[in-house]
Design a protein around this ligand. Structure first.
Ligand SMILES: *Cc1c(COP(=O)(O)O)cnc(C)c1O
Length: 399
């Protein structure tokens, strides 16, 4: 009988016992809100901000309720308002256009290239044509574009760069952490990201005014002074009345859950990459499947795996994925006409109105497949998955 895989692709590892103990303490104390502290106490959320700023190597950090809220607050803090044009690579997840829209911005979508990176020629052309002064760069599925080129284009056109690091927390480009290239950067601790707090997110920046506006925008009222990684009071004095309150404060329970996982991140990145490596070599030897070579400057986090089912043909891909699923291997496809689960193509964001067509992005996504790599999978599991997918892919080449 054909081999069957039987582990769920959505199963996370347990939350560390130290977090469970700390959460229980906070629950017993009743002070769940970040501004509810007794004299001399620093809230869990503020402790987290200081630790994350230090870990990331950024001057300022703000903890919020989700990555999507971080994006929206970052855009507003950087100066996006009604009618502001914002460049964005079209291969991303729905929270990105959602955040631009919510901040009142108008997305100017940019094509991707065959490596799922921002297409530099199109970025340059659209920056020139639109005159947009903001670029929200999504490192979608952890694929980091040539950051030397990106930052050079941003400098040339005087563009404020906002990085969406939802899939690159802990990744690096030429040794610099992802998130330290942009003027302001956003992270997610939603359950499928590199730290799991159910929901949650961060924003980091070295720009004091962006930081102050973001803190107030997250809903600090005039209690901003208790935050853990903020600019001096005089900066707040200057900008504190400028930011609409988005009520997106992180609570102490989630902060405790995140704090316990931060020290494990480097080791977990290594564990992800071991699994990714096994999948990569397994899929590489599979007929009809193409595994994109990753640039040597990119130290990515292999928390998900993408490949192109180029040799199978777009028409056969739904059938191919159904066969994989029947054997327990859950693969998503970015090429479907209808949005399914978390995968979304730019033409499904109808609320944005009519967008210029992006034929190159559509062509690339038409064969792009995507798989989660939870750390609950063993190395043997990854080998088994690659074997099953290779078996099924071979079916299409024989007929
Ligand atoms: C998850 C995700 C976000 C937003 O994170 P949430 O915490 O779920 O709001 C933003 N961008 C990308 C690419 C993501 O995958």
């Amino acid at each position: 009988m054909a081999k069957q895989f039987d582990k769920p692709f959505t199963q996370q590892e347990p939350i560390p016992e130290s977090a469970i103990a700390r959460v229980a303490d906070i629950l017993r104390g009743g002070r769940l809100h970040r501004y509810n502290t007794v004299s001399g106490e620093t809230s869990e959320a503020s402790l987290l901000e200081a630790e994350y700023a230090d870990w990331q190597g950024a001057s300022y950090c703000l903890a919020v309720t989700s990555g999507g809220q971080a994006l929206q607050i970052a855009l507003r803090a950087a100066g996006v308002g009604p009618g502001t044009q914002v460049l964005a690579n079209a291969y991303t997840l729905a929270p990105v256009p959602g955040a631009i829209f919510a901040a009142g911005g108008k997305p100017v979508l940019v094509e991707i290239d065959d490596n799922w990176h921002t297409d530099m020629d199109d970025l340059r052309a659209k920056a020139e044509k639109s005159g947009a002064k903001f670029f929200m760069l999504s490192h979608m599925r952890g694929h980091i574009a040539d950051m030397d080129e990106i930052t050079a284009i941003c400098e040339e056109f005087d563009i404020t760069l906002i990085e969406d690091c939802a899939h690159t927390m802990g990744a690096r480009w030429k040794g610099t952490r992802s998130g330290n290239f942009g003027d302001i950067s956003c992270f997610s601790t939603q359950t499928y990201k590199h730290i799991n707090s159910g929901e949650g997110g961060f924003l980091t920046t070295n720009n004091p005014e962006f930081a102050a506006r973001a803190v107030v925008g997250s809903g600090s009222y005039m209690l901003y002074g208790s935050h853990g990684a903020i600019p001096p009071e005089e900066v707040f004095q200057k900008v504190r009345l400028e930011s609409p309150n988005c009520s997106a404060r992180l609570d102490n329970l989630r902060a405790a859950i995140i704090r316990a996982q931060l020290p494990l991140l480097e080791e977990n990145i290594h564990r992800w990459n071991v699994r990714y490596g096994i999948l990569e070599s397994g899929f590489r030897s599979a007929p009809g499947l193409e595994v994109v070579e990753r640039k040597q400057h990119e130290e990515f986090v292999g928390s998900s795996f993408q490949f192109k089912a180029s040799g199978i043909g777009a028409d056969n891909i739904p059938d191919f994925l159904k066969r994989c699923l029947a054997r327990g291997v859950e693969i998503k496809w970015f090429g479907g006409e209808e949005p399914v689960a978390f995968t979304s193509r730019y033409d499904s964001w109808a609320y944005l109105g009519k967008m210029d067509p992006l034929p190159q992005t559509i062509r690339i996504l038409s064969t792009t497949c995507d798989m989660r790599v939870p750390l609950t999978f063993s190395e043997q599991d990854c080998q088994d998955i690659a074997g099953i997918v290779a078996d099924e892919a071979a079916m299409y080449l024989r007929t």
